[in-house]
Design a protein around this ligand. Structure first.
Ligand SMILES: [Zn+2]
Length: 319
């Protein structure tokens, strides 16, 4: 079970987030923040809003932008409910994407192995259905994962025979354990305490260890071209970094960047085509693919996708 003490430490309860404090930047602490985007929904959040396969692009909580570091964050009471909502998250469609996501995790593991060849221990935070943990174990690493969704913890057991630690990080079952590689893949944009989370990761690194952090880049050309229709603008994302604000976060955690790149994702063509419907008139093609065998088989192919709107940074302790 999730430890209440950990939740309180990582996600302050609503009464402790005063309206004024809530508007302070989560990265640099500045109070010079301005409204960036209005809230898109007129209801409370529900666990389904956080589905990994969610295609409700452009819908967000009310967002503010820090004028000092550029970080954009949700300034609403809903952020105090995040852990509880993630615990209840179920995402059956996510199971169908395991094959393509495995290709993506292999890509990340290979990159990590090149950057940190002596690594033996791996921690995956926000481990989903345990894909990365499973692949890391097969590659010979001693790997563990932490995941708040009870449904995903069950899915990891069922699909990959992987036992994840249910909850958030830091996790009491890990104690003071340190790791050579810590993965924070598409996690930091989901939490209301990025500074505290990355600090905790730093404290759990071996002296030569490395953190691999992946997050969307709201300063990218793709994000700027798509504006409020950008696919990474979604209810599940409560914090949005660009290079400047990410570097500010890294610096505040006394970490340094040793490598950065635009990571590649892998998806079935069908998954990409179904989401492109929001931007391109290809609904007819998708309907045809359901009936026409050769096109259906083409839609099953896993393809690399790199819209260059995500950042991967490898971090180690500074100095
Ligand atoms: Zn800031």
């Amino acid at each position: 079970m999730l430890q209440k003490g950990v939740v309180a430490r990582i996600y302050p309860p609503p009464e402790s987030i005063g309206v004024a404090n809530r508007r302070h930047c989560w990265v640099c602490g500045s109070d010079d923040t301005r409204p960036f985007k209005d809230r898109s929904i007129h209801r409370s959040l529900v666990p389904q809003d956080f589905r990994i396969t969610d295609a409700g692009y452009g819908a967000t909580l009310g967002l503010r932008r820090c004028r000092d570091c550029g970080f954009i964050f949700a300034d609403e009471d809903d952020v105090a409910e995040l852990v509880e909502l993630y615990e209840k998250l179920e995402d059956p469609a996510y199971e169908e994407t395991q094959e393509s996501r495995a290709t993506q995790m292999e890509w990340l593991l290979k990159r990590a192995a090149r950057l940190c060849p002596s690594a033996r221990t791996v921690l995956d935070i926000g481990a989903g259905a345990g894909l990365l943990v499973n692949l890391a174990r097969r590659a010979g690493y001693d790997a563990v994962g932490v995941e708040p969704s009870r449904w995903l913890v069950d899915a990891a057991r069922r699909l990959h025979q992987v036992e994840l630690l249910p909850g958030t990080f830091p996790h009491p079952a890990l104690g003071d354990r340190q790791f050579d590689l810590i993965f924070l893949v598409d996690v930091i944009e989901h939490v209301a305490n990025p500074l505290e989370l990355l600090h905790a990761c730093r404290d759990s690194l071996t002296p030569e260890g490395m953190i691999l952090l992946v997050t969307p880049d709201i300063g990218s050309l793709t994000a700027r071209c798509l504006g409020h229709r950008w696919w990474h603008l979604r209810l599940a994302h409560v914090g949005y970094f660009d290079r400047q604000s990410l570097l500010r976060l890294v610096d505040r955690c006394r970490l340094e960047v040793v490598h950065s790149c635009r990571p590649t994702w892998y998806f079935r063509l069908k998954y990409v085509a179904e989401r492109l419907v929001q931007y391109l008139p290809i609904g007819w093609l998708n309907r045809l693919a359901e009936r026409f065998g050769p096109l259906r088989r083409l839609y099953d192919i896993v393809v690399p996708v790199n819209p260059r709107d995500s950042m991967l940074v490898a971090l180690r302790r500074a100095g």
